[in-house]
Structures are given as structure tokens and as C-alpha cells.
Design a protein. Structure first.
Length: 190
């Protein structure tokens, strides 16, 4: 399975890094990064317990060559992965996807996934949301995207922030039918 993770300029980089760590062992992985994501990484932690980072350098340390240009092969509808996950998904990126505007690598990659019937998972990171954001989530869902809100579940009895991140990342993997043991299923927690 070939999967692309797209990171945009919203708070929530630890979600993306955890997902990438898990997927690296399970799939053929590619990563797309928006300019906004690079800027957010300079101000917020890239990983739990860490600090701001140079996003591109951090991904390269993991052995990943992040794609940032519209000239990337990921921008072509002739090279669409089996699944695309936008995590975290900024409200700007959500709006572009929901309204069919392929401005930049990440929206183009996501729209190509929709056009070709591939799985697209959006993890929008904003709260509160208003009617505009809700309408964009609905439009994206109607177009075929799966929207996974990064919501906390308490039936897993989370004790740490890592437990919360694992639950959210696990839900993304569940949508893509990728096996994992990141959180206890309902009724399995103590």
C-alpha cells in the first residue's frame, strides 16, 4: 500500500509525526509539506515533549524526503497514492479541498485522491468551528473524504498526552483499515 501524509499549517504536528512513525513500518510512505507547516514547526512542538523544529530537517532525519513543490510527482493525477491523509489539516487547506481549488501541492494531492477514487482522510485542527468550517467539512465528506476530528475519548482511560495522540492516530488508521494496537478498543480498557 502506498500512502501520502500531508502536513499543513495547523497546530498538531505531534499527530503527524506519530502517524508517520507508525506508517513507516507498514506502508510505502511519502510526505508532502505545506509552507504553513514549516512556519508552524518554528513555533510549536513537532513531537510530544519536544520543542519547535525545522520540519524539513526533522523529516530528513527520519529518512523521509519531504515534498514541498507543486512540481513534485505527488501533484500528478497519474501518480496518486492509495491513500492520502492530511494531518493536521488547516482550515485554509480544508476550504481549498472542499471547494475544488488545487492551489499548492497539498490541496492538489488531496483533490487528485478524490478524483481518482482513492482514500482521503482529513484531520482538521481548529476549535471552535463555525458554520463556514462545518460546511467545508460537509462538502469534503460529500466529495468522498473521511473527516476524522482529533477528539479525545475517555473510554480508553488516557493517562498521558501520548495516550490521546495514539487514540487519534489509531482512529485515522482505523478509517484506512490498517491494523494497529495504539489504543484499547471499547470495553477493553480497565
Amino acid at each position: 500500500m502506498r500512502v501520502a501524509v500531508a502536513i499543513t499549517g495547523a497546530s498538531g504536528l505531534p499527530l503527524a509525526f506519530k502517524l508517520i512513525e507508525v506508517l513507516m513500518e507498514k506502508v510505502d510512505l511519502e510526505v508532502a509539506v505545506s509552507k504553513g507547516a514549516v512556519e508552524v514547526a518554528k513555533r510549536e512542538p513537532c513531537r510530544l515533549g519536544g520543542g519547535p523544529c525545522n520540519l524539513i530537517d526533522e523529516l530528513k532525519k527520519m529518512g523521509i524526503e519531504p515534498q514541498v513543490s507543486i512540481a513534485s510527482k505527488l501533484a500528478s493525477s497519474s501518480n496518486v497514492p492509495d491513500a492520502v491523509i492530511v494531518i493536521p489539516c488547516s482550515m485554509k487547506t480544508l476550504a481549498l479541498i472542499a471547494n475544488g481549488i488545487a492551489e499548492g501541492l497539498v490541496p492538489r494531492l488531496a483533490l487528485n485522491a478524490l478524483r481518482t477514487g482513492r482514500d482521503l482522510v482529513l484531520v482538521p485542527r481548529e476549535t471552535p468551528v463555525g458554520s463556514v468550517e462545518l460546511e467545508n467539512m460537509l462538502k469534503a465528506s460529500r466529495a468522498g473524504a473521511k473527516v476524522v476530528l482529533p477528539s479525545i475519548a475517555f473510554y480508553t482511560y488516557p493517562k498521558t498526552l501520548e495516550d490521546v495522540v495514539n487514540f487519534i492516530v489509531g482512529k485515522v488508521l482505523d478509517v484506512l483499515r490498517i491494523e494497529h494496537d495504539l489504543y484499547p478498543r471499547y470495553g477493553q480498557a480497565p
